[in-house]
Write a protein that binds this ligand. Structure first.
Ligand code: ADP
Ligand code: MG
Length: 394
């Protein structure tokens, strides 16, 4: 944004990530809303009209009220301290007219980009519809930069494109942290988005000394090794890919740690009565692995103790539902303590991972917390992010 010329009367399209968790219809964690403030305020102060673009949940290409960004608007208005209007049906000519009536410094939020099927396919027509609304494009959503979508790549190629302040700060912080990285480097990966993150693991094993796998991610690996995992969250059609990663890790000299025991239950409810801790070979067909157990947690903690650099994405269990939060919280505390003691540089990222860290107040105890999950992992693994490439190759 340092390269921006005069903005008075210009319309700036700004890609933000307002895909925030909701609790009872209200914004649960507003980290991502606040992340956009620096850019939006700077543009408004310089006299631009600001149009915010974001996805929200997975409406699968159709306008569905439960995925309307109107749910986020009251919280965002309060944070920004001014009125923000919602622009629906923004591919219609009437939207262009509405924008032309906005005053310099005015801010509007375009309805969920994923209400259109062309968003995730990076459709040229949808990107053109976005581009006709603005004069310049700014991407300020690091956490969406790993996706080649119309609002992150297509539109960036049609308008003069810039990196927003939050995106700039995020890249600078990641680069600074990696500039200090020392071996052994450990990656701790959990969470639920297995299919989107498996490719990244294949790259990560070439970069790190240790790979700790927990959460839903571990289940696919356990199944690949022939364990019966009952009705645990897993992607059985990715078992071959998981085995290949384990073989490649061996060749690369990357030590992979999988859970040896697990906390199981028949249903995912708080304090589920059916819960028990057992060897992973003992899972019954009607049981699910919902957390790694204390002995695996201790083993993972031991690896962290002998590590100098940690990259963490993905909760190690279904942490929203106690007591399946035990391993996630325990290892977050270990990482925080080692960081405070100066023996570990710790980086964590991911919407849910960050929300877990916030819940036990250790967010500020880690060296750096990224807004991105998938984007964070892809950046760490050395993969170019399409949303950032699109800003450089205009
Ligand atoms: P992030 O948002 O940090 O990138 P993900 O979105 O990939 O992480 O995954 C977070 C989700 O994974 C959480 O909702 C958590 O409940 C879920 N999860 C973790 N472990 C398990 C498990 N063993 N079974 C089911 N869900 C799990
Ligand atoms: Mg998530």
């Amino acid at each position: 944004m340092d390269d921006l010329d005069a903005l008075e009367g210009k319309v700036a399209l700004v890609r933000v990530d307002f895909n925030v968790p909701l609790a009872d219809g209200e914004v649960g964690d507003d980290t991502r809303l606040r992340a956009s403030l620096t850019t939006v305020r700077e543009l408004a102060r310089r006299g631009a009209v600001v149009l915010l673009l974001s996805h929200f949940g997975r409406p699968k290409g159709k306008p569905r009220p439960e995925f309307s960004l109107s749910a986020v608007l009251p919280a965002y208005r309060a944070i920004l301290g001014r009125d923000v209007r919602l622009l629906e049906n923004w591919t219609k000519p009437s939207a262009k007219r509405a924008v032309s009536t906005m005053r310099p410094g005015g801010v509007a939020l375009l309805e969920n980009t994923r209400f259109y099927p062309g968003e995730t396919t990076n459709d040229a027509e949808l990107a053109a519809a976005m581009a006709t609304l603005g004069d310049i494009y700014i991407n300020d959503a690091f956490s969406a930069a790993h996706r080649a979508h119309a609002s992150t790549v297509g539109v960036a190629r049609l308008l003069p494109a810039y990196a927003g302040r939050a995106l700039q700060a995020e890249l600078a912080a990641l680069q600074a942290a990696f500039g200090q990285s020392q071996r052994p480097i450990t990656a701790m990966i959990g969470g639920a988005k297995i299919s989107t993150k498996l490719d990244i693991l294949a790259r990560l094993i070439t970069k790190v000394d240790n790979l700790l796998i927990g959460g839903g991610m571990a289940n696919t690996f356990l199944a690949a090794q022939g364990a019966a995992i009952g009705k645990s969250l897993a992607e059985h059609d990715l078992k071959v890919a998981a085995s290949q990663i384990l073989d490649a890790a061996k060749r690369e000299g990357c030590a992979v740690y999988l859970p040896t025991d697990a906390v199981l239950a028949k249903e995912l409810t708080a304090n589920a009565l059916s819960r028990r801790t057992t060897g992973i070979i003992d899972v019954a067909p009607d049981e699910m692995i919902l957390d790694i157990d204390p002995s695996t947690t201790a083993a993972f903690a031991g690896v962290l103790q002998s590590s100098r650099f940690l990259v963490w994405n993905g909760p190690l269990g279904a942490f929203e539902t106690p007591p399946f939060d035990q391993a996630t919280f325990a290892l977050a505390r270990v990482a925080a303590t080692l960081t405070r003691d100066g023996s570990l540089i710790s980086l964590a990222g991911g919407g849910d991972t960050v929300s877990a860290l916030s819940q036990i107040d250790v967010k500020t105890a880690l060296s750096y917390v990224s807004t991105g999950g998938g984007a964070f992992l892809e950046w760490v693994s050395g993969k170019p992010l399409p949303g950032i490439e699109a800003l450089m190759n205009e």
